[in-house]
Design a protein around this ligand. Structure first.
Ligand SMILES: Cc1cc2nc3c(=O)[nH]c(=O)nc-3n(C[C@H](O)[C@H](O)[C@H](O)COP(=O)(O)OP(=O)(O)OC[C@H]3O[C@@H](n4cnc5c(N)ncnc54)[C@H](O)[C@@H]3O)c2cc1C
Ligand code: FES
Length: 262
C-alpha cells in the first residue's frame, strides 16, 4: 500500500556531473519498499506534477534516491536543503522479482540506482549477484563502491573509454555470456530504452530470463490516468494488450514487451 507523507530531507549531495543523491526520512516508505519500486515526489509549488524516481537504497527509516537534473522538477529537487520537507507518495509499482540464485544486473546511466537495491536485497537472501554498469563518461559514474560491497564482481564500461572498458554495457553482457553461459540464471536491467531493447534481444538469444524496468512519462503514478500505457504481448504471446507502466510495472519480463512500440 502506498503512503503519502511529508518527509524530512536528511541530505542532498551532487555525486557526479548533473547527478544528485537525496536522502529523506520515512519509516512507512522505507519499511515497505521492494527493489525496483519508485516514489512519486511533488516537485515544487503550483502546477508541477509529481515526478517518479526509483528508490536506490534503504537504511532503517532513511530512503535514498539518485536523480539526474533534466527539467524544472528535478532541478527543484536538487535545490532542496537539509531539514526541508518534501511530499512523497510511495512505494509505487511492481519491482523486480528476485527469482533465481545467480543474478546478473545490467545498468545504464541513471538506470543504475534501482539495481543497487536489487543487489543488496538479493545478496541478503544469499544469492550470488554480479553487475555490469555502463555510463556515457567517467564524470557520470556513480555508486561503484556500493555495488562492489553488494556484488561478487562489478565491471564498468564508458562510451568514450574514459573509465573501464570502452563501449556499451551490452558489449560487456555479450562477452560475459559468451565466455560462460552459466554466469547467471536471471538478468535484471534498467537503463535507456535502446539499451533495454538490446539487453532483451541478447537475453533471448542466450535463453536467459530477463526483467527490465521501463520508463514512461507519468501522470498520476497510481494506475488511474493511463498516461503511462505501453503495448505488451497478450498472455500466451499472441496479440497485444496494454499495461500501465506505473501500476503493472515498471518492471516487466523482457519477453512481454513489444520493443518497437515502447
Ligand atoms: C518508474 C520511473 C522511475 C524513474 N527513476 C528515475 C531515477 O531513479 N532517477 C532519475 O534521474 N530519473 C528517474 N526517472 C525519470 C524522471 O522521472 C524524469 O527525468 C523526471 O520526471 C523529469 O522531470 P523534470 O521536471 O525534471 O523534467 P521535465 O521538464 O518534465 O522533462 C525534461 C526532459 O526529460 C524527459 N522526461 C521527463 N520525464 C520522463 C520520463 N518519465 N521518462 C523519460 N523521459 C522523461 C522529457 O521528455 C524532457 O525531454 C524515472 C522515471 C520513471 C517512469
Ligand atoms: S501514470 Fe496514471 S496510469 Fe500510470
Amino acid at each position: 500500500m502506498p503512503f503519502q507523507r511529508n518527509c524530512r530531507v536528511i541530505e542532498v549531495n551532487q555525486i557526479a556531473n548533473g547527478l544528485f543523491s537525496l536522502v529523506f526520512d520515512c519509516s512507512d516508505i522505507a519499511g515497505s519498499t521492494k527493489a525496483g519500486q519508485f516514489v512519486h515526489i511533488s516537485c515544487g509549488d503550483g502546477l508541477l506534477l509529481r515526478r517518479p524516481i526509483s528508490v536506490c537504497d534503504l537504511d532503517g527509516s532513511l530512503v535514498r534516491i539518485i536523480f539526474q537534473v533534466k527539467g524544472s522538477g528535478t532541478s527543484w529537487l536538487s535545490e532542496r536543503k537539509q531539514g526541508e520537507v518534501i511530499d512523497v507518495l510511495g512505494p509505487l509499482g511492481k519491482g523486480f522479482a528476485l527469482d533465481g540464485s545467480r543474478l546478473l544486473l545490467v545498468g545504464g546511466g541513471i538506470g543504475v540506482p534501482p539495481l543497487l537495491m536489487a543487489a543488496r536485497q538479493a545478496s541478503e537472501q544469499g544469492k550470488k549477484v554480479n553487475a555490469l554498469l555502463g555510463f556515457a563518461d567517467a564524470d557520470k559514474v556513480i555508486l561503484l563502491p556500493e555495488f562492489a560491497s553488494a556484488c561478487d564482481w562489478v565491471e564498468v564500461s564508458t562510451e568514450n573509454g574514459s573509465l573501464g572498458k570502452h563501449g556499451y554495457v551490452t558489449d560487456l553482457l555479450i562477452s560475459r555470456l559468451e565466455a560462460n553461459q552459466n554466469i547467471c540464471d536471471l538478468i535484471l536491467s534498467c537503463g535507456p530504452q535502446a539499451m533495454l531493447s538490446r539487453v532483451a534481444h541478447i537475453a533471448k538469444e542466450h535463453h536467459m530470463p530477463c526483467q527490465v524496468s521501463l520508463e514512461q512519462r507519468m501522470g498520476c503514478g497510481i494506475g488511474a490516468c493511463l498516461v503511462c500505457s505501453c503495448g505488451i504481448k497478450s498472455p500466451g504471446g499472441e496479440g497485444k494488450s496494454f499495461a500501465r507502466v506505473c501500476a503493472d510495472g515498471p518492471v516487466f519480463s523482457s519477453r512481454e514487451v513489444i520493443w518497437d512500440e515502447t
